[in-house]
Design a protein around this ligand. Structure first.
Ligand SMILES: Cc1cc2nc3c(=O)[nH]c(=O)nc-3n(C[C@H](O)[C@H](O)[C@H](O)COP(=O)(O)OP(=O)(O)OC[C@H]3O[C@@H](n4cnc5c(N)ncnc54)[C@H](O)[C@@H]3O)c2cc1C
Length: 306
């Protein structure tokens, strides 16, 4: 019987594993891979402690730190089901393991909603990007498209303004629906051009993105223009399906937590990182929140064992 099972080996899960090991909590961590979503980034420039580091290198350093702890690392596997047995959980994995644990920490993260057009997958990390906060400086003096006129899209445009030469914002609907104040601010910038009722049809290129084909959804007219990058900002999908029926989620499917402790609506399940209803989804934030969760789980286990 473990005291804690951590689900997911992104920055949140790894930070939790390091703290749990050092607190001598009997812990198992199950993950299909290490490093999480930013593993595809060529250069992460805002991870504190490194001026710049690739996603893969960072994932390797995180994994090494995790493996140096006294925790059971079960990688290359996925949690498929969490069953509440009353005072413990039975957690089933894809490889057929059944792990028993007193508490659960969900750090299964999220996945970006994809455009699903030709070229998107091929050029992922080669001009197609999903995080302007992270990657805007890589597009200095470039011409880029931001897809999505919600707040995420508008904020991406704001992040790109100091760097890109020209920014084209594509919104599928008739109007941009993000915050009016941000919209007003970006409309004042001559380098920003807004295209409504516009849909990306394909992303083209060679080794890197070179163009985008788009359609006016009113007239069905298609055009292809040269472009150096495409930022996809059409939302994200939290990996919260596992906890369905066990914990409260919001309208976006994010796990609702108490942000002081990362506790969910279930007394023995905590959650941290991109899977929860945190406003800003970032590596540094997900790790800090996961640490908070483990310290609270430690307090819970001390009380529980009295
Ligand atoms: C392309 C890109 C670049 C980014 N760049 C930056 C950046 O430069 N700086 C920054 O601060 N943030 C960046 N971000 C955001 C950052 O990556 C996330 O905020 C962060 O990864 C969240 O960490 P997490 O551990 O909560 O979740 P994730 O990183 O999503 O990790 C979750 C992990 O859990 C695993 N998992 C999921 N379900 C299961 C399951 N059922 N069983 C086992 N394992 C499971 C996943 O495979 C994954 O490994 C970027 C995001 C993207 C998409």
């Amino acid at each position: 019987m473990y005291e804690l099972i951590i689900i997911g080996g992104g920055p949140a899960g790894i930070a939790a594993g390091v703290y749990a090991g050092r607190k001598k909590i009997k812990t198992a961590i199950v993950t299909d891979m290490f490093g999480g979503q930013s593993v595809v980034s060529n250069e992460i420039q805002n991870f504190i402690g490194y001026t710049a580091i690739s996603g893969i290198e960072l994932a390797g350093k995180m994994e090494a730190q995790l493996r140096a702890q006294d925790v059971d690392v079960m990688d290359g596997d996925r949690v498929m089901e969490i069953e509440d047995k009353g005072d413990f959980f039975a957690v089933k994995t894809e490889s057929g393991k059944e792990i028993e644990s007193k508490t659960v920490l969900m750090t299964a993260g999220s996945r970006r909603r994809k455009l699903g057009v030709p070229g998107e997958k091929e050029f992922d990390g080669k001009g197609v990007a999903y995080c302007a906060t992270c990657d805007a400086p890589l597009f200095k003096d470039k011409r880029v498209v931001v897809v999505g006129g919600g707040n995420a899209g508008l904020e991406s445009v704001t992040d790109l303004i100091p760097y890109a030469a020209e920014i084209l914002l594509f919104e599928y609907k008739d109007a941009v629906k993000g915050d009016a104040v941000t919209l007003e601010r970006i409309q004042k910038e001559s380098k920003v051009k807004i295209f409504t009722h516009t849909e990306v049809v394909a992303i083209t290129g060679d080794a890197f993105v070179r163009g985008v084909r788009y359609k006016d959804v009113k007239t069905n007219e298609e055009k292809e223009i040269p472009i150096d990058g495409v930022f996809v900002e059409i939302g994200w999908l939290p990996n919260s399906g596992l906890a369905k029926g066990l914990v409260a989620t919001n309208e976006r499917g994010e796990v609702v937590v108490d942000h002081k402790t990362q506790k969910t609506s279930h007394p023995r399940i905590w959650a941290a990182g991109d899977v929860v209803d945190v406003l800003y989804k970032q590596n540094n934030i997900s790790m800090g929140d996961a640490v908070k969760a483990v310290l609270n789980i430690y307090d819970y286990l001390l009380r529980d064992n009295k």
